[in-house]
Design a protein around this ligand. Structure first.
Ligand code: HEM
Length: 153
């Protein structure tokens, strides 16, 4: 599980880079009134794929590291900020972000004009990125702090 945890940690950076790239394309596309290009499509496709891989890796950690079985004693675990974060908050917020990314990708594809596609890109992927940023156990978040990188020291 050490390797899986280091992978989950590292994949966070791929997701953040791809998410920022997608939102950047959405903003420049919408406000610059440009066409919806292969680059726009590529950015949000890669963002979605990275979220899919992270979900899979996260589920492995969730089940193997005992977080799933902690749901049985949720009443007690919810009182502890650390246990509450990893059994509930991280899972729910990240799943929500994942759903937004998938709905976003489908609705961007259906958008009739470049402006509509860029607007949907901005709303769905922007919101997903905010949720992801909020649900990461950053080192400055005292009760739940985790390192910025793992396995390279
Ligand atoms: C965009 C999605 C996600 C991001 C960016 C993300 C990011 C992270 C980060 C940075 C950590 C700390 C890793 C470390 O300690 O080195 C972590 C821990 C964890 N994540 Fe995620 N995560 C995501 C989605 C998920 C999902 C969907 C699940 C569950 C299905 C999940 C389950 C977990 C678990 C269980 C841990 C704690 C592992 C342990 O120490 O036992 N994550 N996540």
């Amino acid at each position: 599980m050490t390797f899986i945890l280091a992978l989950h940690n590292l994949l966070r950076w791929a997701i953040l880079i791809l998410g920022v790239w997608t939102v950047f394309n959405a903003i420049t596309g919408y406000f610059g009134k440009r066409d919806y290009t292969a680059n726009d499509n590529r950015s949000n496709l890669f963002f979605m794929i990275s979220c899919d891989v992270q979900l899979l890796v996260g589920l492995i950690l969730y089940i193997n590291n005992g977080w799933f079985s902690r749901l049985k004693d949720l009443g007690n675990n919810i009182k502890d900020p650390y246990l509450r974060f990893f059994t509930l908050e991280h899972l729910v917020l990240m799943l929500l972000a994942w759903v937004l990314v998938h709905i976003g990708r489908a609705s961007v594809k259906k958008g009739a004009t470049a402006a509509i596609k860029h607007k949907r890109m901005l709303v769905f992927f922007g919101l997903a990125l905010v949720l992801i940023l909020a649900a990461i156990p950053w080192p400055f978040r005292q009760a739940i702090a985790r390192p910025l990188l793992r396995g390279f020291n």
